[in-house]
Design a protein around this ligand. Structure first.
Ligand SMILES: [Zn+2]
Length: 432
């Protein structure tokens, strides 16, 4: 039965986009949120003691299709998303080949239509082949369904080319999201250049390599009047650059990953290559600055940078293994444990970083529970205590630095367009 109607009863509803924080009923009909009075004959689902939020949105996901289906596929990655509480993922274009033409975009969107179990917003590259030399056709890509433009994994180095990229994106009405990295400063660094890198004998990638591009993007956003979203901030200096750009009125936004919020360079000793990512884990002072940036609103988004790799690739030595860790199935437990239960963020504040924040960056209709919005919903059990076990993940990959963590709180059911796609609740049947 497609899209039956439901009344979801008795949960604590947290909807930051509408300032809702109370126990109330939510009704769903034909894939949309409707007034309870309009849900005639609806099945009642009792959810006492649970939290109901707009479906979570991950602004930064690598689904690896086309070209790297040994790492992840659209099917496996979106099943992981559903199991992690996410109803929309924003897919990065650094596939093989990269999504830099309308033809390639159409092909990946067809794969999404056939295989995805949650919504996928597909981004396209800012520059041809993500080389930072020649811009893609922003207007054509917008017409073909691109959700945003980014060269993630790379970064346009030439400031005048980046300015033109923003002007073209503005003309096309497409959001720009940027992996901020100066290649000259980053050199061949593989981790934060601190005590641990010296002890392990590994090359460092300085915080300045990120900060100079965050500063440049703030300047360009102000000059062009077109927003730039800064991906995965890793340093205190970057948080300061975003804060200063905002204070000057620049239309910028920023995200931080759960791993940069939870871990420091010390994890490179204990987690090995599962602590190798770009940007790297940095110092405790950087971690605290990222948390402060979340608290004061400088950083509006928590995004996973879900970056699956095969176990063989991550079994290489630290210097040669690929960058990145998975996050779709660990983000909610880690954030609830680390940020909510410790009192760092209130519940509405945390849910906002996973719903309203991403919604605002990309101008999405989802991320809200107002009547008429898509019925994308996440149910959280705030007090479920469990040990994170990466061997049980839906993702094809296992490169998770949080394997074995004691967590409190997780997503227990996920609805996309009025259909349960994931459920651990005894009285609700999900698909994955
Ligand atoms: Zn990146």
């Amino acid at each position: 039965m497609a899209n039956p109607s439901y009344i979801l009863r008795g949960a604590l509803v947290i909807d930051p986009s509408n300032g809702v924080h109370e126990v109330r009923d939510i009704a769903v009909c034909h894939g949309r949120i409707v007034p309870v009075s309009a849900a005639h004959g609806a099945a009642v689902v009792e959810l006492p003691g649970l939290v109901l939020t707009p479906g979570l949105i991950d602004l930064h996901t690598h689904l690896r299709e086309p070209g790297q289906s040994d790492k992840e596929t659209i099917a496996s990655g979106t099943r992981a998303a559903a199991a992690g509480g996410y109803t929309t993922v924003v897919a990065m274009p650094n596939t093989q080949p990269p999504i830099d033409t309308c033809e390639r975009l159409a092909e990946v969107l067809e794969r999404v239509r056939r295989n995805a179990v949650v919504r996928v917003l597909q981004t396209a590259a800012l520059s041809r082949d993500r080389k930072g030399r020649e811009l893609t056709d922003a207007r054509a890509l917008a017409g073909a369904g691109a959700g945003a433009l980014t060269d993630d994994g790379s970064c346009i180095q030439d400031e005048s080319l980046m300015r033109r990229a923003l002007e073209q994106a503005r003309a096309a009405g497409l959001p720009v999201i940027d992996h901020c990295e100066d290649e000259t400063l980053a050199a061949s660094g593989v981790m934060h250049p601190g005590v641990v890198a010296r002890e392990l004998g590994l090359a460092g990638k300085s915080a300045a390599s990120e900060e100079v591009v965050v500063a440049r993007n703030g300047r360009l956003a102000l000059e062009t009047g077109w927003p730039v979203h800064m991906q995965h901030l890793s340093s205190a200096g970057s948080v300061n650059e975003v804060r200063q750009a905002l204070s000057r009125g620049a239309p910028v936004s920023a995200e931080v990953t759960p791993h940069n919020l939870a871990l420091t360079e010390e994890a490179c000793r204990t987690c090995g290559t599962n602590a190798k990512m770009n940007p790297p884990l940095r110092t405790e002072a950087d971690r605290q600055a990222l948390i402060a940036g979340l608290q004061d609103g400088t950083i509006g988004v928590i995004a996973t940078d879900h970056a699956p790799h095969t176990q063989a690739e991550k079994a290489r030595d630290f210097a040669t293994a690929p960058f990145g860790v998975i996050g779709l199935e660990s983000a909610v437990p880690v954030c609830l444990t680390l940020l909510y239960h410790s009192g760092i963020l209130g519940l509405s504040q945390l849910v906002s970083k996973l719903t309203l924040g991403p919604k605002q960056v990309l101008g999405l209709s989802q991320g809200s529970l107002e009547c008429g919005a898509p019925a994308d919903i996440t149910i959280l059990d705030m007090n479920r205590e469990f040990v994170l076990d990466a061997s049980q993940f839906r993702s094809l990959a296992r490169n998770c630095p949080f394997h074995g963590w004691n967590c409190r709180g997780k997503a227990v059911a996920t609805m996309v367009a009025g259909e349960w796609v994931f459920s651990e609740l005894p009285h609700v049947t999900g698909r994955v």
